[in-house]
Design a protein around this ligand. Structure first.
Ligand code: COA
Length: 157
């Protein structure tokens, strides 16, 4: 049976669950405090995907600066992957970012991260650069991706 996932704005109550996933998924993980700091900036877009029992299946974190956003984190718990959760997170985030006047999204990704690279390409991100030795544990180059999005259309009377 298809599991139902809901996308919500991240709240302080979610940060511990997200930090737990961070530890499981990333070699260099963000702490609960780092997530809380990012969440405290109201222009940032931080979302969680929760299942019917309220379990956090995934999350994404975008920081923003003027018309630009950075996709800092996106992750889905291993047991929930390939169920279009990352897609749902991105689509919800894009709507919010557009509404806030953001028109460029930048991100870095490990060169070897085929799942993430494929996800970003599917959503129209273009590779615009490479940062040599950007990552540690293990050392690896980062690919820099950019997506230019059309801001929400404002009705002019
Ligand atoms: C990358 C990640 C977030 C994808 O999450 P997900 O919910 O499994 O992805 P979705 O089911 O929404 O897949 C959407 C698209 O992403 C791509 N994709 C996802 N997983 C993939 C995989 N294992 N191999 C190849 N492509 C993959 C595909 O293009 C897929 O579209 P398709 O189903 O039409 O083929 C997940 O694998 C993850 O959490 N990885 C570890 C954390 C990480 O690397 N984050 C990114 C750091 S930059």
């Amino acid at each position: 049976m298809e599991t139902f996932f809901k996308i919500n704005d991240m709240t302080l109550a979610d940060t511990e669950g997200c930090a737990d996933l961070e530890q499981k998924i990333f070699a260099r993980s963000w702490s609960k405090e780092s997530i809380e700091d990012t969440l405290s900036v109201k222009e940032n877009v931080c979302l969680v995907a929760v299942d019917g029992n309220g379990v956090i299946a995934g999350y994404c974190i975008f920081t923003t600066s003027f018309e630009d956003a950075d996709l800092c984190r996106i992750a889905v718990s291993a047991e929930y992957r390939r169920k279009h959760i990352a897609e749902k997170l991105l689509e919800s985030a894009f709507k919010k970012l557009k509404k806030n006047g953001i028109n460029r999204i930048l991100l870095e990704v490990r060169k070897s991260n085929e799942a993430a690279v494929s996800l970003y390409k599917k959503y129209g991100f273009k590779e615009v650069g490479i940062r040599k030795g950007y990552y540690s544990e293990p050392v690896e180059d980062a690919l820099v991706f950019l997506l230019e999005i059309i801001p929400a259309i404002t009705t002019v009377h």
